[in-house]
Design a protein around this ligand. Sequence first.
Ligand code: SF4
Length: 685
Amino acid sequence: MKFKIVTHGCSFTKYKWGCWPKFIKWFSDYDVSNRGRPGSSNETISRAVIDSVMELKSSITHMYIMWSGVDRYEVISDDVLHGSETYCNENGRTKLKTWYGGHPEKEKHEYYRRNFWNENYQYYRTLEHILRTQHFLASYSIPYTMMVFNKDVIRTNFFSNSERDLYNEIDWSKFIFYDKNKGLHEYATENFKDDYYPGDQHPPPKAHYYWTKNIMFQSEIFAPKHELDKLEWNPEEIEVPISNDLDYKKKILDTKSASFCGAKWYNATIWLGSGMTTSCHHPLPHKINLEEIKTNPSAIHNTKEKKEQRRQMQCGERPAGCEYCWKIEDMGKDAISDRVYKSKIFSQNALQTAFDTDYKKDHNLKTLEIAFDRTCQFACSYCNPAFSTTWANDIKQKGAYTGLTSDGRNHFTHSHESAEPYKKDETNPYVEAFYKWWETDLHKSLDELRITGGEPMMSPNLWRLLDWIETQGDKMNPNMTIAVNSNLGAKKEIIEKFKKKIYEFPGFELYTSNEATYQQAEYIRDGLDYTQWHENLCDFIWSGIPKAVHNMCTINSLCLESLPQFLETLIAFKHTGKQVNFTLNILRFPSFQSPLVLPDDLRNKFKGDIEKFLTTNEKWLEGMEINHTQRLIDYLDVVKTPHAGAATQDKLQKDFKMFYSQYDKRRGKDFEKTFPIIGEWYRGI
Ligand code: SF4
């Protein structure tokens, strides 16, 4: 199990520079999840702690909480409130849109303070928040430590006997103070006065570090000199405070240009087998220039096309390929497109550099998804020859699927040889360019490398990369995450070899995919041995090697029969404290395999099954999992066509029958026997 430390508090816990949670890892072996929020009141902090416990449960090894100013109060509203006095953020799990620290409009804030706010009440409530939080943590047996941001959070000149009694109920042995009753503010002002950033009242990084070392952990061990040097002011680390996504769009993106997006500079998806590249999943991929990569390996990303699009973005023009984002933004000036989500993962300083730099200049990537080739031992029904050699062989040997008329037809008519122009024994110049760039720059610049396929474990290039990491991993960005998308269909020896190679690497995350059980899963994912997949998954989870395990479900029409049962198998891991999560990604292409091809009665039945799953298991699910499950329920309820321009349901159902009757013959399968519920309807199409 991956245990973690969770921290909560206000801007003394999470700020635009590193605060005390950042330094815990120097004194502890556990990962730290910092859930502090600037401007939090003590009510917000208490609720956030309880919510974290309900979400993460026994995987929390220790909770650190720093209480904030007693004068703060919360404002919850479903509407967008205007004003800049306080921060707003929607907590993904509670769904409460909260203005932390008071009303954002100055006049209303002053009105509230004059008419409703009472100092004695605020002190009393702070004690209630602390006590409730302690009881809740104790009920889950979670070890915890509490601190105060300054000495005024707690008072001992009580207003009433009840306040005194409440104070006496609190377990003060769980608190750590500086100098009897003081907090981080006093510690910083008394010891690090000269290190304060001009005009800012928040403790400087140096004070946070020594607070962690001397007050929290009382450790004699010093961080290495080069780490201590980083505690001196680094103006590049200072970021503009942001309250929500819209605020980010306005302050960080729109101040550069109306079309600026960091993904164009720092993110790429590259298919090295075929030599295609794109910035994110939305724009269609384009060809990498073979001449350019002879002298400049970074041209697998820094292509002439992307440079022209960067120029357009610097001038506020809209690159045509990014139509997905423009359509969303044209819905209204406050609409948030992926341009925000794909930019906010990069530092504000990096975005400013991208905007200020000549568009012709090359940039090193920070996030990259690569597929070395399409080699894969599976031929899943919704995949196609462009992404699987087994699919390509099926078409080569048995010919095209015939009689399909809707949008997926071309996937199944030819073997997509352009997806793999280089034979196994030939040198692929795109792969070589990747390695050249990896060895000079990418191993230092990347924050995240995601390897997809095909099946990466079947590609010699994955092993070449793992060999490099095994021997030269110490040169890499120490915070890099490497995520591998595997179908987990490899033999035991290969899985063992993989685990051995990645064992020392702390930032490995495993992604795998499945969405049904036993013979239904094996029907959908042709080539899969469900029992072997499950064993391999258990093997990875119990080895503790991946820092996270994610299962991606591709929601197609067939999986709905056993999807709830499949998700229960993932919940079983959660029962034992293992951290495994899932995403439900609704299939849109080929549209005749979409869940929406099913008739209303079947859709309603499956919707009911998923609702039941959600009600029974909600307490075990992460916020994102609940959202995805609810989204699927709504989708089955409301959406009528898989995507704009899709064929009519009648046409899609004909293609459904046409495709699976051929699939059965080619693959030696039996639809009706495998899917007793959908099979009945299928027979009558
Ligand atoms: S603007 Fe949108 S489509 Fe274009 S790269 Fe950014 S996120 Fe992708």
